[in-house]
Design a protein around this ligand. Sequence first.
Ligand SMILES: C[S@@+](CC[C@H](N)C(=O)[O-])C[C@H]1O[C@@H](n2cnc3c(N)ncnc32)[C@H](O)[C@@H]1O
Ligand SMILES: Nc1nc2[nH]cc(C(=O)O)c2c(=O)[nH]1
Ligand code: SF4
Ligand SMILES: [Mg+2]
Length: 193
Amino acid sequence: MEAFYTIQGEGAFQGHAAYFIRLGGCDVGCVWCDVKESWEAAAHPDTEVARIVKDASHFPARVAVVTGGEPLMYDLGELTRQLKDKGFRTHIETSGAYPLSGHWDWVCFSPKKFKEPLPEVAQAADELKVIVYNKSDFKWAEKYEALVGANCRLFLQPEWSQQEKVTPLIIDYIKANPQWQVSLQVHKYLDIP
Ligand SMILES: C[S@@+](CC[C@H](N)C(=O)[O-])C[C@H]1O[C@@H](n2cnc3c(N)ncnc32)[C@H](O)[C@@H]1O
Ligand SMILES: Nc1nc2[nH]cc(C(=O)O)c2c(=O)[nH]1
Ligand code: SF4
Ligand SMILES: [Mg+2]
């Protein structure tokens, strides 16, 4: 759908320069999704994997973040192979609703109530990032905390439109459950992609 060089705004790599590769297509249907224009894969032109990787190589950072849409709707073996050949660390942002494919240095798993995630993705997660839209999402976070591995980093991220309401709840929750960290979408505050 698009690719852009920016600062990772969320989670464990927040603040690091990275090349984002956004794949079109998603049927998870999050009511608050901040890239609904990505949902319809056919609305975006196909791009050759080699073209994507060549474009990425023009920038100095060697972290590529594959996102979407839901990137695991595709077999990501070839894309990640070519990125690794060019020296990139490969990171993925996924809801975990489709089987894991590709070779990843970092898996950010953000499970959604709108489409059941697969346990194999929870097991592979390096980072669990739960979006908090209302207070029922803390129970949802705990459900997935129990499914990820022992070394998985744990983040709670306010849903953008609800941040004034839910950020104070997140702060109280993390003070009581210090294994969790807060993740803010800093690119939105910085007004960068
Ligand atoms: C647009 S999604 C694309 C990747 C994948 N479909 C997923 O949901 O993980 C990228 C990240 O943005 C988060 N996100 C989407 N809409 C959001 C919103 N309104 N507020 C906060 N985070 C949001 C998702 O949870 C995910 O972690
Ligand atoms: N700067 C920036 N950081 C991000 N982290 C995850 C994003 C995503 O949409 O997957 C994202 C994004 O869209 N922009
Ligand atoms: S899974 Fe990701 S891309 Fe799909 S609707 Fe939800 S937030 Fe948007
Ligand atoms: Mg985004």
